[in-house]
Design a protein around this ligand. Structure first.
Ligand code: ZN
Length: 149
């Protein structure tokens, strides 16, 4: 019977096993980026409105006010830009776009975390160490040049 863990007794093998599974998770994660829809940053807040007329119901202390106004704010070059929505459909569209942006941020964070682990586990040089013949020649040539000066 095939048992994977018993095959991977050596620590190096275990590390490669981890590396492989991390790379697999990275591929899946990268695939999720392709599923992202329209996205944009910003935060949507509701502002309850009072029109200011003393005779209006909204002037009463415990009145909830008029329909709340929804705004999207975002920072552009250090300044806050505010956007309001003409109708509920426009608001829902923006909510979807902002939610998608948060999904993008979460995916990005996960991708970086995963890559940090991969970088830690990745051996320095898998194929070979030392200089190649070409590198050696190039190095020696440049050293002669330095000495010649
Ligand atoms: Zn009012």
């Amino acid at each position: 019977m095939y048992t994977y863990r018993e095959d991977a007794v050596q620590k190096g093998d275990l590390m490669l096993d981890d590396l492989n599974s991390l790379e697999m998770r990275r591929s899946m994660l990268l695939g999720e980026f392709l599923g992202l829809g329209d996205l944009r940053p910003g935060s949507i807040t509701a502002v309850s409105r009072r029109c200011g007329k003393p005779s209006c119901h909204c002037a009463k202390h415990n009145d909830p006010g008029h329909d709340p106004q929804f705004r999207l704010t975002r920072r552009v070059a250090g300044k806050t830009v505010t956007e309001t929505f003409p109708n509920p459909t426009a608001l829902r569209k923006a909510q979807q776009e902002v939610a998608e942006f948060h999904r993008f941020q979460k995916l990005s964070q996960d991708l970086v975390t995963l890559n940090e682990k991969i970088c830690q586990l990745r051996p320095v040089a898998q194929e070979r160490g030392g200089w190649t013949e070409q590198e050696k020649k190039r190095l020696l040539r440049s050293m002669k040049r330095w000495r010649g000066k």
